[in-house]
Design a protein around this ligand. Structure first.
Ligand code: NAD
Ligand code: LMR
Length: 441
């Protein structure tokens, strides 16, 4: 079987060790000859890189392994770039979450003002790594799961329309795992229909390969329990704040019980609830910094100190194996059916062609072919149109250095109560994001 050369951009990410272990666990399906970690933060990269190097020597000595902050070294002769960067790191995520609270609005990584601020930062970082990839490996594909994926995907559509970048999110994958538990199936045995934007969508069908529909059974469960299940399906979505989100799906579901909702709709339907539950001194960023980040980096230091990764506890991110499914689909033309964020072009019949939507696609050697989802109801269509316009305005504001358009984006967001609050928030966000955002005029 062909062997591939892979670069992980954001090599100093808290997810990197789990993703590397997942790749090692999937070598039979997706053989790797060279693995490179690339980050623009030397300290984070060398801490994780030196630990993973020890692990690679022990577990996969035949794979060439490199970690670097040099883009030419990282992106030369690669087949795939798996991208999970966080521009501004956790320090800025914390501000995205805490600053809106001062204005009576909740703060979140990808939704509302927090997501808009993060989006304005991410576009620059994403363009940078896409350009490196195209310069040093013009035939490579980027599999991107850096957030906020909706804004990143729209920026790619407008600014890098011919680049081979696929934007994918792990949330529908995680929720499908929960659904499969509810009905006693394996996720790989299920096929879904879904329409929406990233972090803003609905399942309309969950069938097994024989065509049996499970929607009613899952609806019955979700109407009582949300997506809260007995056994945890991954390590990422198990912290207390996530348990609340899985449970809250019950109330989101009640608004339109025809479909099964994405958990992130909580932020748009219940912003007052989210705001009231938030602790201004301790948000999700703090939960991750005190949890996953501390754990991963202390494990790395221990591995380096002991000169062995044996018994040192990096955990396989099995949940992330959808990234291998996506890479395989392109590399081996497997025609895998997956949810991706793609240009609509009629996939949702009554929605603009140029909107970046999340729908099932068949993925092969030339990338994704979206599967038509037909017409959607007025309620969902109106909500999606409002939200996609916010995302488009953010990208326009970025390109045109437009204060006006970013103010409009915040004013239009369902999460912000008035144009006055939007303006006050924007002025604070500009201050906080100096050096990360283009200068707005
Ligand atoms: P993290 O802060 O631990 O890691 C991100 C890394 O990116 C950091 O080491 C940082 O230095 C690096 N980075 C920032 N800008 C860069 C640039 N221009 N070039 C190279 N490296 C750069 O963050 P994390 O919690 O591990 O999350 C990483 C990303 O993955 C985030 O964007 C997060 O939102 C995303 N994520 C996506 C999904 C999904 O399925 N879509 C799921 C979970 C996390
Ligand atoms: C994470 O940091 O785990 C996320 O990217 C999603 C979240 O808020 O948990």
């Amino acid at each position: 079987m062909k062997q591939f050369s892979v670069c992980i951009a954001g090599g100093g990410s808290t997810f990197t060790p789990g993703i590397v272990m997942m790749l090692l666990d999937n070598l039979e399906r997706f053989p790797i000859k060279k693995l490179t970690l690339y980050d623009n933060d030397e300290e984070r990269q060398s801490t994780l890189g030196s630990a993973i190097k020890i692990m690679m020597k022990e577990q996969a000595p035949d794979i060439e392994f490199v970690y670097t902050i040099n883009p030419e070294e990282a992106f030369t002769d690669i087949d795939f770039c798996m991208a999970h960067i966080r521009v501004g790191k956790y320090e800025m995520r914390e501000l995205d979450e805490k600053l809106p609270l001062k204005h009576g609005v909740f703060g979140q990584e990808t939704c509302g003002p927090g997501g808009i601020a993060y989006g304005m930062r991410s576009i620059t970082g994403m363009l940078e790594i896409i350009d490196y990839m195209e310069k040093y490996s013009p035939n490579a594909w980027m599999l991107n799961y850096s957030n906020p994926a909706a804004i990143v995907a729209e920026a790619c559509r407008v600014l890098r329309p011919t680049s081979k970048v696929l934007n994918i999110c792990d949330m529908p994958v995680g929720t499908l795992r929960r659904m499969s538990q509810i009905i006693g199936k394996e996720p790989k045995d299920l096929e879904v229909s879904y329409f929406g934007l990233n972090h803003f969508g609905w399942w309309t069908s969950v069938k097994d390969k024989e065509g049996h529909e499970y929607l009613d059974e899952i609806r019955e469960y979700v109407s009582k329990n949300g997506y809260l299940t007995q056994i945890e399906v991954d390590t990422q979505h198990t912290d207390p704040s996530w348990q609340d989100t899985h449970k809250k799906a019950k109330d989101i579901y009640a608004i339109d019980p025809r479909f099964l909702p994405n958990t992130y709709l909580k932020y748009y339907f219940f912003p007052d609830y989210v705001y009231d539950k938030m602790d201004p001194n301790y948000t999700r960023a703090n939960e991750v910094m005190d949890g996953r980040e501390k754990k991963v980096f202390s494990q790395a230091l221990k591995i380096v100190e002991q000169k062995t990764a044996k018994g040192c506890g990096f955990e396989i991110d099995a949940h992330a194996s959808f990234i291998v499914d996506l890479a395989r689909a392109i590399a081996f033309n497997t025609h895998e059916r997956m949810l991706l964020i793609v240009e609509n072009n009629g996939a949702i019949a009554n929605f603009p062609d140029d909107a970046m939507v999340e729908v099932p696609c068949i993925v092969g050697v030339d990338g994704p072919e979206p599967i038509a989802q037909g017409k959607i109801p007025n309620f969902e269509q109106a909500l999606m149109f409002q939200q996609v316009t916010v995302e488009k305005l953010v990208v326009e504001a970025y390109i045109e250095n437009s204060y006006q358009k970013l103010w409009q984006a915040l004013t239009l967001s369902k999460t912000v109560p008035s144009a006055k609050v939007a303006k006050e928030l924007l002025d604070d966000m500009i201050e906080a994001n100096k050096g990360y955002w283009p200068e707005l005029k």
